[in-house]
Ligand binder design. Sequence first.
Ligand SMILES: C[S@@+](CC[C@H](N)C(=O)[O-])C[C@H]1O[C@@H](n2cnc3c(N)ncnc32)[C@H](O)[C@@H]1O
Length: 263
Amino acid sequence: MAANYKNWVPKGMIAGLSCATGVLAACTAGTALFGKKLDPRIRTAAVAVAGVGTAACSAALAWSVMAHKKFSYDGSRQLSREIVDEVAAYVYLPKDGKGLDVGCGSGALTIACAKRNPQGTFIGIDRWGKEYASFNRELCEQNSEEEDVDNVSFEQGDAVKLDFPDEYFDAVTSNYVYHNINGVNKQELLHETLRVLKKGGCFVIHDIMSNGRYGDMEQFAEKLRSEGYERVELITTDNGMFMTKSEAKILGLSGSKILLGVK
Ligand SMILES: C[S@@+](CC[C@H](N)C(=O)[O-])C[C@H]1O[C@@H](n2cnc3c(N)ncnc32)[C@H](O)[C@@H]1O
């Protein structure tokens, strides 16, 4: 069997939206055709509400089918695979070094980093909550077995408070995780990730680092440089590097950037 990294837009979401669209469409048609006993104003309002709900659900369904295809590891676009491979290409470990992948999902980036760095080991941690229900630790372990990669391990953990001491890892990485975490300052999340990185270790963080989500990231990068971090760069990935501007917009990935450097 081959590794199955699943999809950032899971099939369950598409199934749920298909059901909701079907039910709402049936309610719209049913009320319009058979609701003659209802007060005409109530009937019109009910048809209008169910109709708007049907339109909204079908739009969400169309978007999720399109995004699922783009992110699929088997499809013609394979955007997730491309992003994961290119982020992993920046991550390096010294001999016997330890790397951390925060929010590893189905293990794709952890495994890609481990393959490129057989001289060290990688730990992938994830909250594995309800919002990405198809991702779990067992799936990560199966995927590493399928890929024949044994320098990885996976643990439950929270990006907000990492369960590791200061300066524990030789490299830290993450892909499209922090924008999911509501109610927490994104720059504080970055500091928490950098806390567990050793001096001299590399960091490679890819996410939707739009101003609205993260604040001024140029200023953040400058602050890291002033604190002694080296080779700090912010690389825009939504302008042709990983995807076109319009593709990023459609997929809700505008503002995607890699923050990288050495502590
Ligand atoms: C879009 S997926 C990306 C998964 C993986 N990094 C990849 O590139 O395939 C986002 C992941 O972030 C994880 N996540 C969200 N909030 C988290 C938190 N507070 N701590 C750890 N992981 C979290 C989710 O469980 C999910 O697996």
